[in-house]
Design a protein around this ligand. Structure first.
Ligand SMILES: Nc1ncnc2c1ncn2[C@@H]1O[C@H](COP(=O)(O)OP(=O)(O)OP(=O)(O)O)[C@@H](O)[C@H]1O
Length: 128
C-alpha cells in the first residue's frame, strides 16, 4: 500500500512474469500435474516420431492448458483478495475460471487422441 508505481523495463517485467509463473507452479497442484502430463506427452511425441506440424499442434495444446491454469490462479487470487468470505458470485467466478481450463484440457485430450491413435494402433498391430 502506498508504493509509487514505476513503469517497469522489459527485463523487470519479464522477471515479474517469471515470478508469477513460478509462484503458480510451486503452489498449484493442478499446474504441477499439467506440467507432468505435458512432459509425458512430449516424450510420447518424440517416441512416436510425430511430424513437424503435429509437434507444433501438441506444443500449442500444452501451452494453452498451462497458460489457462496460470490465468485461473490469477483469478482465484483476485477473488480471494476481493471476497475472502463465502459469496455465490465469488464461487461462480472461480468455477468459470476453472471452466476455461477445462475447455483447453478437453481440446488437448482430443488433439492427443488424433495425433497418437495411429502410432499406438500401429504398435498394437505389430505386437498382436
Ligand atoms: N469465496 C468463495 N465463496 C463461495 N464459493 C467459493 C469461494 N471460494 C471458493 N469457492 C468454491 O470452492 C471451489 C474451490 O475453490 P478453491 O479456492 O479451493 O479453488 P481451486 O484452486 O479450484 O482448489 P485447489 O485449492 O484445490 O487448487 C471454487 O471453484 C468455488 O466453487
Amino acid at each position: 500500500m502506498g508504493r509509487i508505481y514505476r513503469k517497469p523495463g522489459f527485463l523487470r517485467s519479464l522477471n515479474q512474469a517469471w515470478r508469477g509463473m513460478m509462484y503458480t507452479v510451486k503452489t498449484q497442484k493442478h499446474v504441477q500435474f499439467h506440467l507432468f502430463a505435458g512432459s509425458a506427452v512430449l516424450l510420447l511425441a518424440w517416441w512416436s516420431e510425430v511430424t513437424r506440424l503435429e509437434w507444433l499442434i501438441l506444443i500449442l495444446a500444452i501451452g494453452s492448458v498451462i497458460g489457462a491454469e496460470v490465468m485461473n490462479s490469477a483469478i482465484e487470487t483476485v477473488v480471494d483478495m476481493v471476497q475472502p468470505n463465502f459469496h455465490p458470485l465469488a464461487g461462480m467466478a472461480k468455477d468459470i475460471a476453472a471452466g476455461a481450463v477445462l475447455v483447453t484440457a478437453i481440446q488437448a485430450v482430443v488433439i492427443g487422441f488424433v495425433v497418437f491413435l495411429p502410432p499406438l494402433l500401429r504398435l498394437a498391430s505389430k505386437m498382436f
